[in-house]
Ligand binder design. Structure first.
Ligand SMILES: *[C@@H]1O[C@H](CO)[C@@H](O)[C@H](O)[C@H]1NC(C)=O
Ligand SMILES: *[C@@H]1O[C@H](CO)[C@@H](O)[C@H](O)[C@H]1NC(C)=O
Ligand SMILES: *[C@@H]1O[C@H](CO)[C@@H](O)[C@H](O)[C@H]1NC(C)=O
Length: 193
């Protein structure tokens, strides 16, 4: 009897401290959510501004070529900045990946436009015969339809609060001309966050 009374006396302050602690955590969590909703990030905007092909050689269903694109990233938010921690990009033709490019991590301030150069080098990339045939037809018609896919690990930063997300972009169709004198038509990217 005396024993359990002592135990109760001991556990009361412990329970009190734990309760206060949990309460504080809850309050902070609610505050973060409220602030986050109040400055709900505006949609990020990505477009491919230019595209070109160099050193194209398709021989025996093997492809050597360099594809250059300029990706424009627009962060319209006046309170949220973005860390791009890891950026993987690839260029595709007819659902076939031709080449990869990894972009250096960077920090994008609030209300900022950043232009990124994507340089894809296809080195002796093997194509299915049917796909190589389509590409030869496109080469003869002087333009080819490509896709750029981007997968990035990002963090939104609002004050000292950071929020990890995965950003996926699908930029298509990118109509790229073999002759550099033809203008590239700016193409918006679908954003999946
Ligand atoms: C393309 O590559 C093949 C094989 O490497 C080579 O024989 C040919 O001369 C190249 N063509 C051009 C236009 O560079
Ligand atoms: C691509 O370039 C490599 C050398 O970098 C060469 O060995 C190969 O034959 C080329 N292939 C084509 C299709 O031009
Ligand atoms: C966007 O941010 C980058 C990196 O801080 C900076 O170099 C660039 O000048 C900024 N661009 C604009 C339009 O503010």
């Amino acid at each position: 009897m005396a024993n359990s009374a002592t135990r109760a006396a001991h556990s009361r302050p412990v329970r009190l401290i734990a309760g206060v602690f949990l309460g504080l955590i809850l309050i902070v969590a609610i505050a973060v959510i409220v602030v986050w909703l109040a400055v709900k990030p505006r949609k990020l905007v990505y477009t491919i501004e230019s595209g070109s092909i160099q050193n194209f050689n398709l021989t025996n269903n093997r492809l050597n070529a360099t594809f250059n694109f300029e990706l424009r990233a627009y962060n319209p938010n006046s309170k949220v900045s973005i860390y791009y921690d890891k950026i993987e990009t690839r260029v595709l033709y007819d659902d076939t990946t031709l080449a990869f490019d990894n972009v250096e991590p960077f920090y994008q301030p609030r209300r900022n436009v950043t232009h990124l150069g994507l340089n894809f080098v296809a080195k002796n990339a093997e194509l299915f015969p049917g796909i190589a045939k389509n590409m030869r037809v496109d080469k003869n018609s002087r333009e080819v339809e490509l896709e750029v896919h981007v997968k990035a690990k990002i963090r939104f930063k609002l004050g000292s609060v950071k929020n990890h997300r995965t950003l996926r972009l699908l930029c298509a169709p990118l109509v790229v001309h073999f002759s550099s004198s033809r203008n590239f038509e700016r193409t918006p990217c679908d954003v999946d966050l």
